[in-house]
Design a binder for this molecule. Structure first.
Ligand code: SF4
Length: 82
């Protein structure tokens, strides 16, 4: 059973340390303002960005989350079904 995960990015908190970009550049793209953008992510009402990923993408994003010095990246497991 393939699990899904939700990557939540608080761009307000991001200080542009680029640790995430170093470990997963295809997801954490360098932006013009020196911060990063969560590629393919959508902006939520609370101002954070989120992206649903599968298990294959979990490793590198977990590494990105762990490497972020200001904890701007959080990964949650998505509950399946009701
Ligand atoms: S590691 Fe954290 S602070 Fe640095 S660019 Fe990535 S999200 Fe922003």
């Amino acid at each position: 059973m393939a699990k899904k995960y939700r990557v939540v990015f608080n761009r307000e908190t991001c200080i542009g340390a680029l640790a995430c970009n170093a470990v997963a550049p295809e997801v954490w793209e360098l932006a013009d303002d020196g911060k990063v953008d969560l590629k393919g992510g959508t902006k939520r009402e609370d101002g954070k960005f989120e992206l649903i990923i599968d298990e294959a993408q979990l490793g590198q994003n977990k590494e990105a989350a762990d490497s972020c010095p200001v904890y701007a990246i959080v990964i949650e497991e998505v509950e399946e079904g009701g």
